[in-house]
Design a protein around this ligand. Structure first.
Ligand code: BG6
Ligand code: MG
Length: 215
């Protein structure tokens, strides 16, 4: 029986990948190399510092920790200039409607995101009240594919993981959901998200009927 749905944020509720990309590309440019959209695919679902490590690996650059922290901070300042100007029409199709439907059906909802900017984004888009529980990058020590973020979400909701369904667009996120003992719906391409129990192109394709078939 499905009692809770847990949602990743970036790529599931809102399309922030383009803003992460612009901000990281700027850092790469400062460091003197190109960072392509293809490289950016590797950053999806990955924490801020781990993203920087991937970027530096692409550029073949090694830096001491304190310089990495300065760069990560600068990237975030740039990213925030986009986030703070986001509009509710940047919510991905079907996301708000599906969250509202879950509430009407008495199914609990949680956010499970690696982002330390999750609250800023949810507040900006007026989505905060649609989540019963919010677990983000400020409350987790272990990044996906570790199940920590989803287990904390289920625990805060007081619901057994076996009654939870996770919605994820990143491979590491699908693995985290499975490691938590939860069912997973992949949002995006079936080739990349082959480990998910079901893959749909977006939350606009999700229905309560599809959910119940996952039990
Ligand atoms: C994830 C994104 O949700 O959050 C990653 O998919 C991002 O691309 C990560 O790096 C951390 O985000 P933030 O907002 O804490 O820099
Ligand atoms: Mg994501």
């Amino acid at each position: 029986m499905i009692k809770a749905c847990l949602f990743d944020l970036d790529g599931v509720i809102v399309d922030t990948a383009k803003y992460h990309y612009i901000a990281w590309r700027e850092i790469a440019k400062e460091l003197g190399f190109d960072f392509t959209e293809q490289h950016n695919e590797r950053l999806k679902g990955v924490s801020r510092m781990a993203s920087l490590d991937i970027l530096l690996e692409v550029g073949g650059i090694q830096l001491p920790q304190h310089e990495k922290e300065i760069l990560a901070h600068r990237k975030n300042e740039h990213y925030l200039t986009f986030i703070l100007n986001m509009q509710p029409d940047e919510i991905l199709p079907g996301a708000k409607n599906f969250l509202e439907t879950l509430h009407q059906q008495g199914i609990a909802t949680a956010l499970g995101s690696a982002s330390k900017n999750a609250m800023t984004i949810l507040d900006r888009l007026q989505l905060t009240s649609l989540f019963d529980v919010i677990i983000d990058g400020n409350q987790t020590a272990k990044a996906k594919p570790d199940p920590e973020v989803f287990l904390k979400g289920a625990d805060a909701l007081n619901i057994n993981p076996k009654h939870c369904i996770v919605f994820e667009d990143a491979e590491a996120g699908v693995e985290a959901a499975l490691a938590a003992g939860m069912k997973c719906v992949g949002i995006g391409s079936p080739e990349i998200l082959s480990k998910a129990h079901l893959v749909v192109s977006g939350l606009d394709k999700m229905t309560i009927d599809l959910l119940s078939k996952l039990q």
